[in-house]
Design a protein. Structure first.
Length: 282
């Protein structure tokens, strides 16, 4: 009996050590990725403002903006939405990661979306493939990783809204992917991978929309990201209708309106969630 007790204590101590190593590794990896993303994608912060400035003001800020930003502002704003989802999904893991399961899936699904679109159009290199392994490791080391392999429960009002929007988003993704596939040598947007990224953006509005409809902890952050992306795309198309990839007026209003409706559904659901159900609303 004494031997059994000693064996149990030894196993418990071994499991405890493994848990500590896993926890430390998780935080170190999350910190390294956070620094990399914040340094590498620092322009997403001023980009939120720059995207709305008149052309003349942008050129005054920096002459290079006339070629690098002015004709690409809508593409840049869409890409910034993707990057916000990426950065938030990793940075939030530094504080109570058990609360941020859904946001952690944002960067992972983003990279899978990039690979899928690049495979479809036959153009590679825009999805940062060297980051796949660190992100997969981060997911596997997450303290609530087991929840990721369970069939997710959905809020059907939010899931229904996402399914409703999926048809126009798929049509848009296919059109952008076709432009990427053509790869015209005189097309600056193709050389900058903008068509591919816009197709990825459309795919993620669907994937993240469904992710925000789950009961995974942190779903509200993902839902906000989706609402922001759809509203920004719609408003950019209305304010700058001559931008490449801008939606026609009716569809621009629909995109912005859908984002608002999805946001309202998110907040109504968040207020209705009871602590007893174990959901995290933020």
């Amino acid at each position: 009996m004494t031997q059994n007790i000693s064996s149990h204590i030894g196993q418990t101590g071994s499991l405890s050590r493994k848990g500590k190593i896993q926890k430390i590794t998780f935080y170190v990896l999350a910190a390294l990725l956070s620094v990399f993303f914040l340094v590498g994608f620092w322009d997403i912060i001023p980009g939120v403002v720059f995207g709305w400035l008149p052309d003349s003001v942008l050129i005054l800020i920096h002459p290079d903006f006339e070629l690098l930003f002015v004709p690409h502002r809508l593409h840049q704003m869409a890409m910034h939405t993707i990057l916000w989802g990426l950065v938030l999904g990793v940075v939030l893991q530094l504080y109570r990661p058990e609360r941020w399961v859904a946001p952690l899936l944002q960067p992972l699904t983003m990279f899978f979306a990039f690979h899928a679109v690049e495979l479809a159009v036959g153009r590679y290199g825009g999805g940062f493939p060297f980051l796949d392994i660190p992100l997969i490791l981060l997911v596997l080391l997450h303290p609530r990783v087991r929840e990721l392999f369970r069939w997710p429960h959905l809020d059907w009002s939010m899931a229904g809204l996402t399914i409703l929007a999926a048809i126009p988003w798929v049509v848009f993704a296919l059109s952008q992917a076709e432009f990427a596939r053509l790869n015209l040598p005189t097309d600056a947007h193709a050389q900058m991978e903008h068509w591919t990224r816009m197709a990825v953006f459309a795919v993620l509005m669907i994937v993240w929309g469904l992710l925000g409809a789950t009961h995974l902890p942190g779903w509200r952050i993902t839902a906000w990201t989706v609402s922001y992306g759809s509203i920004i795309y719609g408003l950019q198309s209305l304010v700058f209708p001559h931008q490449v990839s801008a939606a026609p007026t009716v569809w621009a209003i629909a995109a912005a309106g859908w984002g608002v409706v999805y946001l309202v559904a998110t907040e109504r659901r968040a207020r209705a969630v009871s602590p007893e159900r174990g959901e995290v609303t933020t």
